[in-house]
Design a protein. Structure first.
Length: 199
């Protein structure tokens, strides 16, 4: 009797031990799977956040800075008045900016009575702007690579709007692959036989 009783207790303890072991293994597997999912999710989120941070930084810094805007003054015999027929933007890359490729940039022109998007071309006209070199330290035009680089963006205001008369206003938005900058300009109240005016 005593021997059978001890055998039953040993069998019961063995069954309980195996059940506990199975539960423990299952818990370990679940924990391992959960950890793997968490690690993968964390890695994905980190990569995504770094990518978003880089893109946000590029949008803030990789921009064109317009140093000055000058209008070329000419006499319009038809209207018997002086007007601005060309607008020249002297541009550089913004502080801390990476390379800025003006060949892929667009310029949004708005005003006085018309709005349109201009593309880069060899010569400015009603649908295009051109880029001329003022200072190009690395001979990389039309890509701004150095802080010292200065390019002239030429807009044919005569072809775009028929010329800009005194007191008229217009807006130029320079859009690059990373972002955009907007500049509002106004023609002086009087135009004379000066060859150029600051806008």
């Amino acid at each position: 009797m005593t021997d059978n009783y001890n055998d039953d207790r040993s069998t019961e303890r063995g069954q309980v031990g195996i059940g506990t072991l199975i539960v423990f293994i299952a818990m370990v597997l679940v924990a391992a799977i959960a950890a793997a999912v968490l690690i993968n999710t964390a890695g994905f989120l980190q990569t995504k956040s770094e990518q978003t941070g880089d893109e946000s930084t590029a949008q803030v810094t990789n921009r064109v800075h317009v140093v000055s805007t000058v209008g070329n003054v000419t006499f319009n015999g038809t209207d018997d008045q002086y007007e601005v027929d060309y607008v020249n933007l002297t541009v550089m890359k913004s502080s801390g900016s990476g390379d800025v490729n003006l060949s892929t940039a667009t310029i949004e022109w708005l005003g006085p009575d018309d709005g349109r998007v201009l593309q880069k071309s060899d010569a400015p006209d009603a649908r295009n702007f051109s880029v001329e070199t003022i200072r190009d330290t690395g001979d990389t035009a039309p890509v701004l690579t150095e802080q010292e680089d200065r390019f002239r963006v030429v807009l044919d205001a005569g072809a775009i709007t028929g010329g800009l008369a005194a007191r008229q206003e217009f807006t130029v938005k320079v859009v690059t692959s990373s972002g955009a900058v907007t500049y509002h300009h106004s023609i002086p109240e009087t135009l004379s036989d000066d060859t150029a005016v600051s806008l």
